[in-house]
Design a protein around this ligand. Structure first.
Ligand SMILES: Cc1cc2nc3c(=O)[nH]c(=O)nc-3n(C[C@H](O)[C@H](O)[C@H](O)COP(=O)(O)OP(=O)(O)OC[C@H]3O[C@@H](n4cnc5c(N)ncnc54)[C@H](O)[C@@H]3O)c2cc1C
Length: 156
């Protein structure tokens, strides 16, 4: 669907990925048997693909198994632009919305690599070990969403 304020639209993939790179939390929107269900999640990103980790059960995973099509959203660089007139307040923001399908990652080597990507994203220069046991690896669910469509909007 066309963006109404297309003067605020960003189409360049590198610019979109720059916003994603500066975002901290990804909101993952699911379809739980017709009921919308949105959750904040930590994530990693590469090549149009958002990656996540999770416990292997719960409402989110049940919904994803039944309805793998999802929508994601991330936000960076936001601030409130206050003004003496309340009706002139605004918001500065950069945001990305993506649409794709969930793929559960089963291969242990790919799971390890994906978990490492997620940790690296939040490491902030701290070192960490990645020698988790097979048992932990098995009970951690890892999935990704390759986005067929990524749209971005910058305001303020
Ligand atoms: C900043 C942040 C980062 C997170 N990162 C991750 C992550 O990387 N991986 C991960 O698996 N989870 C993460 N979480 C937790 C995530 O948002 C869910 O709480 C969690 O995944 C369990 O979801 P579920 O559907 O299995 O919940 P269930 O335990 O099945 O609970 C279902 C019910 O609990 C309520 N509920 C569930 N989660 C939340 C919530 N976050 N806030 C308020 N109500 C809730 C809902 O009403 C829902 O109907 C993160 C949360 C935050 C705030």
């Amino acid at each position: 669907m066309k963006m109404r304020r297309n003067d605020k639209e960003i189409q360049n993939l590198a610019a979109i990925e720059d916003i994603i790179g500066r975002s901290c939390i990804c909101h993952l929107a699911l379809n739980d048997e017709g009921t919308p269900y949105v959750l904040p999640m930590c994530f990693a990103y590469h090549d149009r693909t958002f990656s996540f980790h999770s416990a292997s059960d719960g409402r989110k995973i049940a919904a994803l198994r039944n309805h793998p099509d999802v929508c994601i959203s991330v936000v960076a660089g936001y601030d409130i632009l206050r003004h003496p007139k309340g009706c002139s307040w605004s918001m500065r923001y950069e945001s990305v919305v993506g649409f794709g399908r969930v793929r559960f990652i089963e291969d242990p080597a790919e799971k390890r690599l994906t978990l490492e990507r997620i940790l690296l994203r939040y490491a902030g220069g701290h070192s960490f070990s990645t020698d988790y046991s097979e048992e932990i690896l098995q009970r951690t669910l890892v999935f990704d969403v390759c986005c067929d469509l990524l749209t971005a909007k910058v305001s303020g």
